[in-house]
Design a protein around this ligand. Structure first.
Ligand SMILES: N[C@@H](CCC(=O)N[C@@H](CS)C(=O)NCC(=O)O)C(=O)O
Length: 229
């Protein structure tokens, strides 16, 4: 059986978990927070999430894991049929990662410690995010799915990217970033109604107290990297 390593408060972890549930692939969860040399055997950069496959191989990087799952488990496909449509799905995923998720992540330490970011950094993040907003406004279809008529990996990916982007924007930038992309918020509301999204959200809430304790301990320099306690 596949093992999914990570923790339920991680949006990247939840992308892979959503894919596993959507594709009806059997898996077990192994609670791990990031860091530590032993963990690098599983996840070379030391990040969450990673999986161990049924044959015992380790894989990390969310999009790589998702593409592996798509190829190894074709049931309930998450890519459309034509090469161009598949490329569009990947384009939306890439743009949302590079120009929304990653800039927001540069502020995440300030969100955790509840401190305002340096203005120069906030300005840079706003600038990159505006480019992401413009690109996604152009690329997203919402007819009714994000890349067009077929539900795809882009729907799952952007749903969880948006959790970080919205959180950072509202907490630190006084900016409702998702409201800038027409139809994004309505689409998100519908996406969150699915049984899988609800289950993942319930698991995220259940993990929240332990995750916050871990972060508090990490900020004090007490946490043991790579372990949940
Ligand atoms: N590029 C990675 C990013 C994953 C990532 O940033 N995960 C966070 C948790 S949500 C993490 O491991 N952070 C700890 C660290 O950066 O060491 C992916 O796509 O999976």
């Amino acid at each position: 059986m596949i093992t999914l390593h990570g923790f339920a408060s991680s949006n990247y972890y939840n992308i892979v978990k959503h894919v596993l549930l959507y594709k009806d692939i059997a898996f077990q969860e192994n609670l791990v927070y990031s860091g530590g040399q032993a963990w690098h055997v599983v996840s070379p950069v030391g990040k969450i999430p990673a999986i161990t496959t049924e044959s015992g191989q380790h894989l990390s990087e969310t999009t790589v894991i998702c593409d592996y799952l798509e190829e190894a488990y074709p049931k309930n496909p998450l890519y459309p049929k034509t090469a161009m449509e598949r490329a569009r799905v990947r384009q939306i995923i890439k743009v949302s990662e590079l120009y929304l998720e990653l800039p927001s992540r540069r502020l995440i330490a300030y969100a955790f410690s509840n401190k305002p970011p340096p203005e120069a950094l906030a300005t840079e993040v706003r600038h990159i995010t505006r480019r992401g907003i413009a690109a996604l406004t152009q690329l997203c279809r919402f007819t009714p799915h994000i890349a067009g008529t077929a539900f795809s990996l882009a729907d799952i990916y952007v749903l969880y990217v948006n959790t970080v982007v919205h959180g950072v924007g509202s907490q630190l930038l006084d900016w409702d970033i998702l409201a800038e992309i027409p139809a994004m918020k309505d689409w998100g509301r519908k996406m969150r109604e699915s049984n899988i999204a609800r289950q993942i959200e319930a698991d995220r809430r259940a993990n929240e107290p332990e995750f916050h304790a871990y972060i508090a301990s990490y900020l004090k320099g007490n946490a043991t990297p790579g372990h949940s306690s």
